[in-house]
Design a protein around this ligand. Sequence first.
Ligand SMILES: Cc1ncc(COP(=O)(O)O)c(C=O)c1O
Length: 415
Amino acid sequence: MNTNQRSDGSKEVKLAQHLTELVGQKTETRQDPWCVLPYLRLSPEPNVVCFRSQQFVLIDTSEDPPVSRRAVLRDLDEDGGPISPVNMASNSVTIEDIVAARERIKNYVHVTPIMTSSTMDELTGREIFFKCENFQKTGAFKARGAINTVLSIKEGRITPGAKGVVTHSSGNHGMALAWAAQIGQLACDVVIANTTSDIKKSAIQRNGAVLTQCEPNAVSRIETCKRISDEKGYEIISTCDHPCVIAGQGTMALEILDEIPDLDAIFVPTSGGGMAAGIAIAAKAINPNIKIFSVEPEGKNLEPCLRSGERLWPNPPQFLDTIADAMPMQQAGKHTFPILCELVEKTVFTVANDDIVKALRFAFQRMKIVIEGAAALGIAAVMSDKMKSLDPSIRKVAVILSGGNIDIDHLPWAH
Ligand SMILES: Cc1ncc(COP(=O)(O)O)c(C=O)c1O
């Protein structure tokens, strides 16, 4: 609704008027932007004010990427008086969203086990806890965000009337969305690079999704996805940049902290950053002192971006040459990046292909579990030299073993 057309004097309208003065452009208020980002996508307005429980989010879409600022209700006097927006990107998803997601998805996903390895504890001199999302539905944590999004659509909380869902994915998110869409009886198209392993392709098809192959580059993926969305009226569900996806992935942190409340750090393999963002929002809300470390494949260069707060990556987006084939994108998401800048440690662990192989071998041989390259990143990080110099007070460390969808006919060490 347009503030100029409203004259009921409500707090939202006063807030919008105030923000209009503040930013010098027309602003809008919405009562229920549970899902900020899809609304943002639909809004023709340069500035959108979102009203959620005790908080407001101002999104300045004239910036690229859009800038989010938070205003808290307590900063607003009873007459809708002055507020002080601050940079607070993480406000687009809150701990409440993540707790609600946990409740929403609980009948569909596993509470995955947390395992330990005394060999690893001896090797690292710390207590390492492995969150085994390789045992998750569809073989990866992606099931969490996908089913949370589909159920949110079915509940009419977001994008009511969507005719279906479409995504581009190197496999795991596509597989998870196909699975979730089948549960929610929604049509689903998945755009996949023609280089993706057969195991992932056939799993997507088994779940009833339509598969469209594209060239293995970021531009082709995005364009193909957009074409399908335009032609069929399907909602694009980003692998990482959708608030319901982020909230779903954040449920992992709730489970981990339920079991290990005195945890010091969580190591998260980071590609688009949906998992790291969700985990960081949940974990930091529960324990502000906990540290969230991103682990990246070589070539991603996340650390300088986090340190400067700027997207230093080249455009168009590049693919990485990594054994972690589920995470080929160099860039973090547009909406996850500010969250990572705010909540994730600036020190990033970077893992080369040789280290991924070593970590995979450790998981197979010593832990007796099947994981994929991306999931091996966290193991490689805690086995690294860099880990040895990490603050010794960081004693209890969780590592996300994010998935197990490896092509056993093409193991990276087999010749
Ligand atoms: C197995 C696995 N691990 C880690 C990631 C990284 O997740 P995100 O894109 O949310 O950073 C992905 C997907 O990209 C994945 O499929």
